[in-house]
Ligand binder design. Structure first.
Ligand code: RIB
Length: 305
């Protein structure tokens, strides 16, 4: 399997406000801090993998505004191949107002802008270069038709596919995603997709089994501070958590997936890649922001977690 990773997905500009509490309707409330960062689930996952030294190709769309050029420049600084990141004339870039409270928990709004213009023909346009990738990584901040098309293309081309069903939508067809190799929701996403409770690891396992029955081979449910749960037809394993004091959990799921992809393409060792992904995501929540909170390979190698 080639060690190149192809991420077909979103990018956003994160507008991060630290809050003491959310304002009520009609109320004006002062917030302690604000910052801007590069985000978007697709770009975050690409950034985490690239920071860890992986060879990453990104297929994405930006707006023809001030954010678009900066987003492409940021990807290039990270060493990501941006030949298939295109500017959409007349569209705004994706933006994400994020509110982070004192516990480090977050609420996120997304305005997808140019991301909605990444259509199935965008996958076809990049197909010749995607053929060099050993793993295709997808999320749900682009049109569902594009996600389905990418899965079908990858399946026909013999490529492995990792789908992170975030943000979750009940419109996602479980039939159309049955060919993905790795399905990685968090507990909330798994609950939305299956209609089942997923508060405990036991409930999450039962919900994951519903997806196994629909044909998905390997399911990893991220459990936040409780680690991650691997569910396949042959095994159920808890990947133990790494205890840290969380400052900002935004993008932790993306850190997990990018780190998993970067490690997995090296030697196909599923358990080792999941352990490293758990460590990497835990470390990311100790710093504010999304991509800027992700460790480089050198920083990660020095980590005592
Ligand atoms: O997963 C975190 C990301 O979700 C943020 O970077 C934000 O842009 C939204 O896409």
């Amino acid at each position: 399997m080639s060690a190149r990773i192809g991420v077909i997905g979103s990018n956003m500009v994160d507008l991060v406000t630290t809050i003491d509490r959310m304002p009520r309707i009609g109320e004006t409330l002062e917030a302690p801090a604000f910052s801007i960062g590069n985000g978007g689930k697709g770009a975050n996952q690409a950034a985490a993998a690239a920071k860890l030294g992986a060879d990453v190709l990104m297929v994405s769309r930006v707006g023809d505004d001030v954010f678009g050029a900066d987003t492409i420049a940021n990807m290039q600084r990270l060493g990501i191949d941006t030949r298939h990141v295109h500017v959409v004339p007349g569209a705004s870039s994706g933006v994400a107002p994020i509110f982070v409270d004192a516990n480090g928990d977050n609420s996120i709004l997304i305005i997808k802008g140019a991301n909605d213009h990444l259509l199935p023909d965008g996958v076809d346009e990049a197909a010749a270069d995607l053929l060099d990738c050993g793993l295709i990584v997808l999320q749900l901040e682009i049109p569902l038709e594009t996600v389905y098309h990418a899965i079908d293309w990858a399946h026909a081309a013999g490529k492995r596919v990792l789908l992170n069903p975030a943000p979750a939508t009940q419109a996602l067809s479980l039939e159309r995603i049955a060919h993905v190799d790795f399905f990685m929701p968090n507990q909330t996403e798994l609950s939305i997709l299956t209609g089942l409770p997923t508060s405990s690891a036991r409930e999450a396992e039962a919900a994951a089994r519903v997806l196994l029955d629909r044909g998905i081979g390997t399911i990893v449910v991220t459990l936040g501070a409780d680690g991650a749960l691997l569910v396949t037809a042959d095994e159920v394993s808890l990947i133990p958590p790494v205890k840290v004091v969380a400052r900002d959990t935004s993008g932790a799921g993306d850190a997990f997936i990018g780190a998993f992809a970067a490690h997995y393409v090296q030697d196909n060792d599923l358990h080792a890649a999941l352990r490293q992904a758990t460590r990497y995501a835990a470390d990311s929540v100790t710093r504010p922001g999304t991509q800027k909170a992700f460790a480089t390979a050198e920083e990660f190698s020095r980590l005592a977690l």
